[in-house]
Design a protein around this ligand. Sequence first.
Ligand SMILES: Cc1cc2nc3c(=O)[nH]c(=O)nc-3n(C[C@H](O)[C@H](O)[C@H](O)COP(=O)(O)OP(=O)(O)OC[C@H]3O[C@@H](n4cnc5c(N)ncnc54)[C@H](O)[C@@H]3O)c2cc1C
Length: 213
Amino acid sequence: MRIAVVGGGVIGASCAHFLARSGASVTLYTESELASEASGRSLSWLNAAGPWPDHYFHLRMAGIDRYRTLLSQHPDIDWIRFDGGIFCSDEQEIRQWHQAERAHGYDSHIYDAGQIAALEPCVNPQALSSKVMVNPGEGWVSLPALIDWLIAGFKTEGGELCCDAGKTLPLTDEQGAVRGIRSARYGEAAFDKVIIACGAETPAIAAELGFPL
Ligand SMILES: Cc1cc2nc3c(=O)[nH]c(=O)nc-3n(C[C@H](O)[C@H](O)[C@H](O)COP(=O)(O)OP(=O)(O)OC[C@H]3O[C@@H](n4cnc5c(N)ncnc54)[C@H](O)[C@@H]3O)c2cc1C
């Protein structure tokens, strides 16, 4: 199976890595360098915090589960940590989030800002809202470091990386079936499948193919 993955953020790098590991012949195309968009700017917070519907909560918990698995399989990784999160906002929002999180069975606590010094001496309590939410099960990940790690494994499996490809879009045949890609720099190439992992650009590209997201 020849697969093109378009987009060099965390979603594209992850798809490319796991597809190459499963034996597919994979080429990753990205417009400029890796992690050039949202994945290079994330706050890195691994969490399922907030007053969201059950299905979204469970999706985010599944994501946290995969990060925990990755860390337990590679304990030498220093770009994922699970050492808790502190969330500041006005008291009404803190209480609303806290209540929703507890209803999901999520470990969430409300502290006075003054209590934070005992927990985190590096945080200035004066800079916090009067009440803060402390969620000990949360963590952080450096997405650029994760992407580098995924791409190193991808290359080991024979994956081909095409950076600075410029705009890359799927090509379709007369029946509308995807038959490959065309990139501004590398031209046309035939593939059996094309994965669009273009972040904020994905809905527009999918819509062009007749799939409104
Ligand atoms: C400021 C900020 C803070 C955030 N904080 C958090 C956080 O704390 N926790 C959290 O979980 N999430 C956070 N997020 C969200 C998280 O960063 C994104 O959900 C995630 O990085 C999206 O990854 P992606 O691979 O889908 O998209 P992107 O990282 O945007 O990658 C898409 C890639 O596709 C490329 N591309 C687009 N169109 C084309 C094309 N036609 N041809 C070729 N390449 C193309 C782009 O150049 C880019 O490299 C934050 C986002 C931002 C912006």
